[in-house]
Design a protein around this ligand. Structure first.
Ligand code: FAD
Length: 446
């Protein structure tokens, strides 16, 4: 039996950050990370294996990220957790005793067992394993027509990448619009227009009723009776927390099956922490349970857990997720952080919305310049920023991170109108019309 100070189970975004942060914070502690797969994919890079990289090997997280900081990597599956005895059994026959354990076992795709024909051949979910994805790359190559089920960001990113390979793509989403969980309606419309302009057929407000075919899927039947002929189906219907190990060990789970944690990522069991997709998520603003699973949230939680493993160093550091997120669909980048206008109103916030549109270089006639459209959502009485949504070029990928910090720090419209920026014609919008300052001013004048 092996003994270690810290054991981390899971080797993706959450697990890697938990192990390496722990090693940096507690230099003298021995840290072991157990991962069940030989290699690990950059999870957010998975769609880009298909239309851009064309090779799973180019989407690997190097193991040196774990071993260089001094953590030990063991490739094996954790099959049993004895929380009382502080003991984890591995599929290779070994067991490891720990002082502190971090569960970072992630999530698995939803398999729609409630839809007849879900188990036909050529219907694929998005598993994160390299072997599975390498096989999927080969299987997708000869297909001409593909139905993507689910218009969330995984479905949309796959649709975009598969279209770049020249496939005929039909995207099916049961809600009124694609990307509704992340964006307000007018931004979803821009995203849908961009998908359509690039030849993707979108069916919204309908569910898949049935997959049909002999051995392999050949058609997808929709709830409105429409039948889509297809060579294959890609499922992007969301993910569920992978918490079998925790459940069997008696840890408390929430209604979705996620491991319940406090602000320090401590579970209901002594000395066990949980981070990332397997841990429950709370809304930053309302404290309500919020199943938004993002790598950026996983890494934040991992850092909070790791720093607090052997004593509380941060006070209530994980205040909940603000769902900071960005994606790129053909030529348009979309980004959001915090609460959108639609959800803010549903939750009962009295809000003021500030908007501004400008070019991301100055003058806007410079080569490579892209239009930015920014929307900021403030609480009316306090002027505090609670949400931001942007459409633009690649430059908005970092702009949303400024706004994410502003939301977390509770900055007001006045502060955002006057905050000082670094500007340069070739790399930013004009200081006379810096979009965050200007959208904040727009809100102030309302
Ligand atoms: C296609 C796709 C695109 C995405 N794009 C984005 C994006 O652009 N931005 C963003 O923020 N998020 C994105 N996400 C979400 C993001 O990938 C997840 O939030 C993130 O991977 C969560 O990390 P995690 O470490 O919690 O879990 P996971 O990535 O699921 O990793 C879990 C790890 O645990 C291991 N494991 C599980 N059980 C065991 C066991 N019993 N023993 C040993 N090892 C075990 C697995 O092998 C794996 O290494 C995307 C997700 C997908 C699927």
């Amino acid at each position: 039996m092996k003994k270690t100070d810290v054991l981390v189970i899971g080797g993706s975004a959450g697990g890697i950050l938990a192990a390496t942060t722990c090693k940096k914070v507690y230099k003298d502690k021995e840290v072991v990370l157990v991962r069940k797969t030989n290699t690990v994919m950059v999870p957010c890079g998975i769609p880009y294996i298909f239309g851009t990289l064309n090779d799973t090997g180019k989407n690997r997280i190097p193991d040196t990220m774990i071993t260089n900081p001094g953590c030990e990597l063991i490739i094996s599956e954790a099959i049993k957790l004895d929380a009382e005895a502080h003991l984890v059994s591995l599929s290779n026959g070994d067991s490891i005793q720990y002082d502190k354990l971090v569960l970072a076992t992630g999530s698995n795709p939803i398999i729609p067992k409630f839809i007849p024909g879900y188990d036909l051949g050529s219907i694929y979910a998005v598993y994160k394993s390299e072997d599975y994805l390498a096989d999927l790359l080969v299987k997708i190559a000869p297909m001409k027509d593909i139905v993507v089920v689910g218009g969330g960001f995984i479905g949309v990113e796959f649709a975009e990448q598969l279209r770049k390979l020249g496939k005929n793509i039909t995207l099916v989403e049961m809600q009124d619009q694609c990307l509704q969980q992340a964006f307000d309606n007018e931004i979803c419309s821009v995203a849908e227009d961009e998908l359509k302009a690039n030849g993707i057929v979108i069916k919204t407000g309908v569910k898949v009723a049935k997959f049909s075919g002999e051995k392999f899927v050949t058609a997808v039947e929709l709830s409105n009776g429409e039948i889509l002929k297809t060579d294959g189906v890609l499922l992007g219907m969301g993910v569920v927390p992978n918490t079998l190990l925790a459940n069997e060990a008696g840890l408390r789970l929430d209604q979705r099956g996620a491991i319940m944690v406090d602000e320090y990522m401590r579970t209901s069991a002594k000395d066990i922490f949980a981070v990332g997709d397997c841990a429950d998520k709370k809304c930053f603003f309302t404290g309500k349970s919020m199943p938004v699973l993002l790598a950026s949230t996983a890494t934040m939680e991992a850092k909070v857990a790791a720093a607090n493993l052997f004593g509380l160093r941060y006070i209530r550091e994980n205040r909940g997720t603000i769902s900071a997120f960005s994606t790129k669909i053909f030529s348009k980048t979309l980004a959001s952080a915090g609460i959108g206008e639609r959800r803010a109103l549903e939750e009962g916030f009295e809000i003021v919305v500030g908007k501004f549109a400008t070019m991301d270089k100055h003058p806007g006639s410079l080569p490579g310049s892209a239009k930015i459209e920014l929307k900021l959502i403030f609480v009316k009485t306090s002027g505090v920023l609670i949400g931001a949504q942007i459409i633009g070029g690649e430059s908005i990928g970092e702009m949303i991170n400024i706004l994410s910090l502003a939301i977390q720090k509770g900055l007001t419209a006045n502060e955002l109108n006057t905050f000082q920026t670094a500007t340069h014609p070739l790399v930013t919008a004009s200081p006379i019309a810096y979009p965050i300052n200007a959208a904040a001013l727009d809100a102030l004048t309302k």
